[in-house]
Design a protein around this ligand. Sequence first.
Ligand code: DX5
Ligand code: ZN
Length: 249
Amino acid sequence: MRPRAPRSCRAGGDGGLRSYTGLVTVPLPIVAPSILAADFARLADEVRAIEDTADWVHVDVMDNHFVPNLTIGLPVVQSLRAATPLPFDVHLMIEDPRRWAPGYADAGAYNVTFHAEACDDPVALAKDLRSAGAKAGLAIDRDTPIEPYLDLLPSFDTLLIMTIKAGFGGQRFIPNLLDKVRTARQHVNAGHLELRIEVDGGIAVDTIADAAEAGADAFVAGTAVFGADDPAEAVRRLRSLAECAAPRA
Ligand code: DX5
Ligand code: ZN
């Protein structure tokens, strides 16, 4: 992983880990720019522009069924995979993820997230994804409570909590949805789970600190990165705000 300069707000001497509660340490924040807000005609160049500052590339796959929007699919992911070394964080907003998700793992995705609302056996699919060599992610949409899924979390590597209604970029962040992040963070810390808590939707300079304070440690940002004049600098700024806002021991 890229070396990063220490920041004054970061807990020092911990090799990149921050103590959240005194009992649990969590990794430093991940910033994952969403290419949904990039120029699709210049996708490889857009991704290369954030290669030195981003941690993951967030890839939103939408099927016009699970959500009304239609974006990109496997062939684009396969082509883009060859264009950058950045890990791919694939967010499947599709029906029938058991049929399609393992293909993204086979294509070299680092993490494959599917929606709880679209899958009747999330644990089985998580197992399949891990067997295919990817991390497994569970996504929870705006109107879905988190409690029924808390006990499934040991089977997952990431939990993606939507902070908008899934389907479109550029929407306004919904602060009340951070209650789910707080609930998940307590559960993850209490159970000593190794799990990223990712937020997605409306993450920008004016919202990322609240999400980090609530306990998120991975941040998807589309418009705030690719809509900026300098996307690489936008990623740096977001990370710095998240690092400074994360709960301390
Ligand atoms: C929307 C997608 C998001 C989207 C976020 O359903 O899951 O990843 O790209 O876009 P912004 O950051 O613009 O809200
Ligand atoms: Zn997404």
